[in-house]
Design a protein around this ligand. Structure first.
Ligand SMILES: [Zn+2]
Length: 488
């Protein structure tokens, strides 16, 4: 039996059906081989097949004839085609290119080459110096004009004089201000005199100190400034803070607005359809810059509820928020006594260890050991000392029938009988008394009874009277006349 035939029937005598893919049976293969010999005569031959056979030599002959014919008929004087990079660079040039190129250090970058003087370079005895120096410097945070001038080559005397002149004219140079400095020709003492220094010395003026016949002199150019307050109104949307920020309110004013509001409404109940309305002081220079000032008016219009409208007003030597609708009643908003999150609220609380419910008469703030604690409102200290399970405690009476207490403190910094202002430091948090860890236990009393500190919102103090009330209403009308940009 032919070996290929055997291969062909491999896998069982079923013949064609069992034949592996791509194999010919012996008879077919023989027919294919002999079939090529019977192909018609052709000059075009595949030179890859049947090497050195008669057919192959015929194909080779054809190819040679074509090449010779081409070479003989080619025109003389053909230029070679230009390549993409005809320049030849030397090894030195290649190294310089590599030094100038930016490539990763891991790929062998050398980060710049060094040039050394060669025979064409001659040393000079004296290098000529620039007669005048023109410099620009930017004032950094916490830096001062005189220090900046000295650093840039001015003498101490010139720097101090220029700084004094600018400050004397009420010039306030904000950090980030660009300062142009011109230093003159070096004198006999080797120092360069200050010729000119020019900068923006505040929103409303440009200050120039220039050297004249009588030494350094100041010149102020005024820039017109519009001081109309800016009013911003819009929808609270999903988040009041970001709605304010999106309306162009600066972070400080937005935070102040929310603080003022927190004393009047439960911030958690503000609906997306509620509208904010605030006015803040603003200065806009004719050159385009503007500077936002403090918040002057804060209001919240609520769907189906009484709007909250407050204006800042000076009462008894202090600037306070005053209720615009309540006939000029001062708003006694309680501030948070500590900068910490609430860990336990007011109300019935189930004791996890003793397994019974008891009343939690205050709010717990999870303040770390030593966190400053401040008075929630103005008042007189009635107790500052040990109070049994409350540990070190401060109690403050706020007038009316309101009082607050601050417990478990580690250190007290007020004396009984002292008068404290809202936000004034009274002590530091701790874990004194019956306490398992550092926290502040804060209680608010109305008529001696502990009430929910979150509910003390509309407590009002004395109302404005007489001429003061008249002035308050006039200012309010003035502010309300400002048309503001509105987003809704
Ligand atoms: Zn507590």
């Amino acid at each position: 039996m032919h070996p290929l035939d055997q291969l062909g029937s491999f896998g069982g005598g079923a013949g064609v059906a069992a034949r592996p893919f791509g194999q010919l049976r012996a008879g077919e293969r023989q027919a294919a081989t002999f079939g090529r010999a019977k192909q018609p005569f052709s000059l075009v031959v595949d030179l890859n097949e049947d090497m050195f056979s008669r057919t192959w030599w015929r194909g080779f002959g054809t190819l040679t004839a074509i090449v010779v014919a081409l070479a003989l008929t080619a025109p003389i004087g053909w230029e070679p085609l230009p390549s993409t990079n005809p320049e030849k660079i030397s090894v030195e040039e290649a190294e310089q290119f590599r030094d100038l190129a930016i490539s990763p250090a891991a790929d062998g970058a050398r980060m710049g080459g060094q040039m050394t003087a060669n025979s064409h370079v001659e040393p000079v005895a004296v290098a000529p110096e620039r007669a005048r120096l023109e410099l620009f410097a930017r004032l950094g945070e916490g830096d001062s004009l005189d220090r900046l001038l000295v650093r840039n080559g001015a003498t101490y005397v010139d720097a101090a004089t220029a700084s004094r002149l600018v400050a004397g004219a009420g010039g306030q140079i904000a950090p980030g201000t660009s300062i142009a400095i011109v230093l003159g020709r070096r004198g006999a003492d080797g120092k360069r005199p200050l010729e000119k220094v020019r900068m923006r010395a505040g929103l409303d003026k440009v200050a120039t100190v220039a050297a004249g016949a009588a030494g350094l002199a100041l010149q102020i150019e005024s820039i017109a400034v519009d001081r109309t307050p800016v009013r911003v109104r819009g929808r609270a949307g999903d988040g009041l803070y970001w709605a304010l920020r999106a309306s162009g309110v600066e972070p400080a004013a937005a935070a102040e607005y929310l603080r003022a509001l927190a004393g009047q409404v439960d911030v958690g109940t503000i609906a997306p359809s509620d509208h904010f309305d605030l006015i803040f002081a603003n200065r806009r220079a004719a050159t385009g810059e503007s500077q936002a000032g403090p918040l002057l008016y804060a209001a919240l219009e609520r769907a189906g509820q009484k709007p909250v409208r407050m204006m800042k007003w000076q009462v008894g030597g202090r600037i306070d928020w005053v209720d615009a609708d309540g006939g000029g009643q001062q708003v006694a908003a309680f501030a948070w006594p500590v900068n910490a999150r609430i860990t336990s609220g007011f109300g019935m609380r189930y004791h996890p260890i003793l397994h019974f419910a008891r009343m939690h008469k205050g709010i717990d703030f999870g303040a770390a050991w030593g966190t400053p604690i401040v008075a929630a409102a103005d008042g007189r200290v009635t107790l500052a000392g040990w109070a049994g399970g409350y540990g070190r405690q401060v109690r403050i009476a706020h007038g009316g029938d309101l009082a607050t207490s601050y417990s478990h403190m580690s250190r007290l910094v007020v004396e009984p009988g002292a008068f404290v202002h809202q936000g004034q430091l009274i002590g530091y948090s701790g874990s004194s008394g019956l306490s398992t860890g550092p926290h502040l236990h804060y209680e608010v009393y109305r008529g001696g009874v502990a009430v929910n500190p979150m509910g003390v919102k509309f407590a009002s103090r004395s109302a404005l009277e007489g001429a003061n009330l008249g002035a308050f209403k006039a200012r309010l009308a003035e502010l309300m006349a400002i048309g503001g940009k509105s987003r809704s």
